[in-house]
Design a protein around this ligand. Structure first.
Ligand code: LMR
Length: 332
């Protein structure tokens, strides 16, 4: 990242904290504005302005306009931006590997199970681990469950063999692709469309809202609704900035986060359903719903990821989640 870009950001945040000046919060993210995260961050910005009566102005920068996935975390830690909502997978590279537990395939059957973790004590304990990184964890926002896409049909496990799949930077996701006989390729989100278009990778995984708003359906002939893993976000702030806010303003912003969280988690499924309908309508991608047997075969093929990667996220954490969700990879 350019030093001048960072310096400018730092200067701006110092200026914003000067007495009585309007506080500017730069909120950067990598997806389109027309997604669950995009809409929730816009809503947060609106409510932050209203609740603080204009003392805070939240500027939302979608679509990797300011920073790509990897750069944005560094920018937050340095204070060049004040808030982000990266996917949970992106905390592994930050050194908080436990978050990669959310990448474990088929760990959650539905959102109710998931919310027992993200909205309960396990989620809170995970968030607290970010403090040591200078990051204040504020809330979990859903996107939804990921599906696989490629230019060739993905019906049986054998169909994944030898294919290159773009993944986020996560050791668990790497292992997931390997378990299917595929080749994992880590890549920034903003580069996926082009990589699919030029054939640098054959396929990818994402919730449909991300697939559609990045126009990946134009460069992926086949989409199989696998719902094999979860993609969600942590809304985070630069800890020093957040802790340094006047207490009343911080309280109002916490309220705005709370309201935006309710919205995010309410619209996530609707947005993904609408995106799927739009993909079907575009007619460029064949949408395949796997049979019960095909989905079970995929689940079985991915079960070893749970055994292999347990130590990375911590066996205790994994067991505590199994206890809540009832998932047992050894029974598959
Ligand atoms: C991805 O990189 O695929 C996602 O994390 C993008 C996002 O933020 O939803």
């Amino acid at each position: 990242m350019k030093a001048s870009k960072l310096l400018l950001g730092l200067l701006l945040s110092c200026a914003a904290l000067a007495a009585n000046a309007q506080i500017i919060i730069k909120f950067s993210h990598v997806v389109a504005a027309d997604t669950p995260k995009g809409k929730a961050s816009e809503f947060f910005a609106k409510r932050a302005g209203e609740l603080t009566k204009g003392r805070v102005k939240v500027e939302v920068y979608p679509n990797s306009q300011l920073y790509k996935d990897k750069e944005e975390m560094e920018a937050l830690q340095l204070g060049a931006v004040q808030m982000l909502a990266p996917s949970l997978a992106k905390f592994g590279p930050l050194g908080v590997k436990e978050f990669e537990v959310f990448d474990f395939p088929f760990l959650f059957d539905n959102t109710a199970e998931l919310h027992r973790i993200t909205q309960g004590p396990i989620g809170a304990a995970l968030m607290a681990k970010l403090d040591a990184k200078g990051v204040k964890g504020l809330a979990y926002w859903d996107n939804g469950f990921k599906s696989f896409s490629a230019n060739t049909p993905l019906k049986t496990v054998a169909d994944y063999k030898g294919k290159k799949f773009r993944i986020q930077s996560s050791k668990v996701l790497e292992e997931q692709i390997r378990a299917l006989g595929g080749i994992p390729q880590m890549m920034a989100f903003s580069e996926v469309y082009q990589a699919l278009q030029t054939g640098v990778v054959d396929g990818t995984e994402n919730p449909i809202s991300n697939l559609y708003t990045q126009k990946m359906n134009e460069v992926q002939k086949h989409l199989t609704i696998t719902d094999h893993g979860y993609l969600g976000y942590a809304v985070i702030a630069n800890k020093k900035f957040w802790d340094g806010l006047p207490a009343d303003v911080r309280g109002q912003l916490e309220q705005a986060v709370k309201e935006a969280t309710l919205l995010a988690n309410k619209i996530a499924q609707e947005e993904n359903d609408a995106a799927l309908a739009a993909v079907r309508k575009s007619g460029k991608t064949t949408v395949y719903i796997p049979t019960k047997e095909e989905r079970l075969a995929l689940k079985k093929a991915l079960a070893p990821v749970h055994i292999k990667m347990a130590d990375r996220v911590g066996k205790e954490l994994l067991q505590s989640i199994y206890k809540e969700t009832g998932f047992d990879p050894s029974k598959l």
